[in-house]
Design a protein around this ligand. Structure first.
Ligand SMILES: Cc1cc2nc3c(=O)[nH]c(=O)nc-3n(C[C@H](O)[C@H](O)[C@H](O)COP(=O)(O)O)c2cc1C
Length: 170
C-alpha cells in the first residue's frame, strides 16, 4: 500500500494562516497539498448536474494515490470552511454515481488540522470529521488545532505540529 499522504487545504485564501500551518506539516511529512481554492467544485446537486466539474477527477486521484488524507480548514463561524464543506457534500457523489471511488475510501486514514484566531477550538468542531470517517469506513487518526500569532506559528504549537506530523506518517 502506498503510504503517501495528502493535505487538502480548504481556506478562502491560498497564502493565509491555514496555508502557513499546512506548509509546516508538508515540510515535516513530505505530503502533497491540494488547494481546493484552485479547483472548480460546485455544491452537491441531487441531479448531479455538476458531475463534470473538478470534483470527480480530483477524488479519483486522491483515492488512487494516497492512503492518508488530512483536511486542513480555517475556523469560519465555529465550523469548517464552506470550501471544505462543499467538498464533503460532494463525497455523496461517490456513494451514488461513483461508488467505486467511494469504496476505495474504506480503510484509508483521515486526520484534520484546524486554524482559528483563538487557541480554543469550540466543542463539536471535530464531530463532522470523526463521524464522516466512521460513515465512510475510514480510520480517524487525530487532529490538531492551530492559530497564528504575529504572522507566525507559536513555538509551543510547532512542537505539537511536529508530534502530529510524526503521528500521521507512522
Ligand atoms: C468568515 C470568517 C469567520 C471566522 N470565524 C472564526 C471563528 O468562529 N472562530 C475563530 O477562532 N476564528 C474565526 N475566524 C478567524 C480565522 O479562523 C483565522 O483568522 C484563521 O487563521 C484564518 O485562516 P485563513 O487565513 O486560512 O483564512 C474567522 C475568520 C473569517 C474570515
Amino acid at each position: 500500500m502506498n503510504k503517501k499522504g495528502v493535505i487538502i487545504l480548504g481556506s478562502s485564501r491560498n497564502n493565509g494562516n491555514t496555508n502557513k500551518v499546512v506548509s509546516f506539516v508538508k515540510d515535516k511529512t513530505g505530503f502533497d497539498v491540494i488547494d481546493l481554492s484552485l479547483k472548480n467544485i460546485n455544491p452537491f446537486d441531487y441531479n448531479f448536474r455538476h458531475k463534470d466539474d473538478d470534483f470527480i477527477p480530483l477524488m479519483n486521484k486522491i483515492v488512487s494515490n494516497y492512503n492518508t488524507i488530512i483536511f486542513a480548514t480555517p475556523v469560519y463561524w465555529y465550523a469548517m470552511s464552506a470550501t471544505l464543506k462543499m467538498f464533503f457534500d460532494r463525497i455523496t457523489d461517490c456513494l451514488i454515481i461513483e461508488k467505486e471511488i467511494g469504496r476505495k475510501l474504506r480503510g484509508k486514514e483521515m486526520g484534520m488540522i484546524s486554524c482559528g484566531s483563538d487557541s480554543e477550538l469550540k466543542k463539536g468542531f471535530k464531530m463532522p470529521f470523526v463521524e464522516s470517517a466512521n460513515y465512510l469506513g475510514m480510520n480517524y487518526i487525530g487532529d490538531v488545532h492551530t492559530w497564528i500569532e504575529d504572522d507566525c506559528i507559536p513555538d509551543s504549537l510547532k512542537k505539537e505540529l511536529t508530534i502530529f506530523s510524526e503521528k500521521i506518517i507512522d
